[in-house]
Write a protein that binds this ligand. Structure first.
Ligand SMILES: Nc1ncnc2c1ncn2[C@@H]1O[C@H](COP(=O)(O)OP(=O)(O)OP(=O)(O)O)[C@@H](O)[C@H]1O
Ligand SMILES: [Mg+2]
Length: 364
């Protein structure tokens, strides 16, 4: 079942587009994440859905109801949309106790006191803060305040939950716990959720689907497995999974979904080509650090490199290798000695992409 539809959504600031012709359909009960680097348009998209900002073009509908339509100048105010919103800054009222903060939206909706108290109690129970009901925000830790913000967003049982980097103020361990906890609340309440983050692990572990964004555009949309295992753009491969992008080669051969890329020094690498590539045209190879192995054998898909020093990280080593001008990062359990050597890349792990203007733009 479809819940939220964003159609041709554009938000311009003067000559620049914060988001540029965004189309996304979100299913009921789905956990969808907008993932991308700073400034790519995540918060702009979320603010448009919440009704806190007006796009320049496009339409937004929810459960069949039009929330926004630039052409007919229709825009429901945030309170009429009735979505639960959690921002990076928790924005709790400092002079109100935890239970009053959580109950405020119900008070504004004129829910009678007994029902209000029952629902606030339920929400605080859900986030594990029953014992903190009479404290003030200033008397809570960052993680606890974040839970209050979430209780406040779910207490009126919104049909849609909008979360903009809600865990970014937590330390690494709390953050990991909060992911699991937040996801279980979303499932338990059957909420549709749109989650904004620039943290790839958060996106991979929590989402039903991920929208990878860059420069106001959607680069790729799919399940976490789609995005990680089958990137369709060098930007997806480098942003999610930290792939090395090896430039400086051109396509020497194309066969089915496979291709070979030749570098200036005559070395050749074979790989998988998710997009059409053409012999003679410039291309790049995306390969993850853990998929590059130092080798002493004479295998196919072997490239001569110069190794840098290896850093010990406990369960693995991190090492640099230089292929001409190109710096590669390797993760390996068996580092190579510094100096001249060779690496091996399984052809299934080498993704060959055309280096067109669009790819150049997205890899900067
Ligand atoms: N009021 C504004 N005036 C001009 N430009 C703006 C305004 N608000 C946002 N932008 C621009 O729109 C682009 C997208 O901003 P947005 O806040 O959506 O990014 P984001 O993906 O949420 O980034 P972050 O991860 O840093 O929060 C940015 O380039 C930003 O500078
Ligand atoms: Mg933002």
């Amino acid at each position: 079942m479809t819940d939220l539809v964003l159609s041709d959504l554009t938000r311009s600031y003067g000559a620049t587009n914060a988001i540029d012709n965004i189309n996304i359909t979100v299913g009921a009960g789905e956990f969808l994440t907008l993932l991308g680097p700073s400034g790519c348009g995540k918060s702009t998209t979320l603010a448009a859905i919440a009704g806190l900002d007006q796009p320049t073009h496009g339409r937004i509908s929810f459960a069949g109801r039009t929330l926004f339509d630039a052409a007919s100048k229709t825009s429901l105010p945030p309170e009429a949309r009735g979505f639960g919103v959690v921002f990076q800054s928790y924005a709790l009222w400092p002079h109100m106790t935890v239970d009053d903060n959580v109950g405020l939206s119900l008070r504004l909706r004129k829910v009678a006191a007994p029902e209000r108290n029952r629902r606030v109690g339920e929400a605080l129970d859900l986030v594990g803060l029953t014992a903190y009901a009479k404290r003030y925000p200033g008397e809570l830790s960052g993680g606890q305040q974040q839970r209050v913000a979430l209780a406040r967003a779910v207490v009126f049982r919104p049909a849609l939950l909008l979360l903009d980097e809600p865990l970014s103020n937590l330390d690494a361990q709390l953050r990991q716990e909060a992911r699991i906890w937040l996801k279980s609340i979303q499932r338990e309440l059957g909420l549709t959720a749109i989650y904004v983050t620039h943290d790839q692990e958060e996106a991979l572990s929590m989402s039903d689907r991920i929208v990878v964004m860059r420069g106001g555009h959607i680069i790729q949309m799919g399940t976490p497995q789609d995005i990680y295992e089958r990137p369709v753009h060098p930007f997806s491969a480098s942003f999610i999974g930290s792939a090395n992008l090896i430039t400086g080669g051109s396509v020497s051969e194309v066969f089915g979904g496979q291709a070979a890329i030749a570098f200036g020094d005559g070395q050749v690498l074979r790989g998988h080509a998710p997009l059409p590539v053409h012999p003679g045209s410039p291309a790049l190879v995306a390969v993850r650090p853990q998929n590059i192995q130092p080798t002493e054998g004479a295998d196919e898909n072997r490239l001569l490199v110069r190794f840098g020093a290896a850093n010990y990280l406990g369960d693995r080593f991190e090492q640099e290798a230089f292929l001409g001008e190109c710096r590669l990062r390797l993760q390996t359990i068996r580092p190579a000695p510094e100096g001249q050597g060779a690496i091996w890349i399984d052809h299934a792990d080498a993704l060959i992409f055309p280096l067109d203007d669009r790819a150049k733009d997205k890899t900067r």
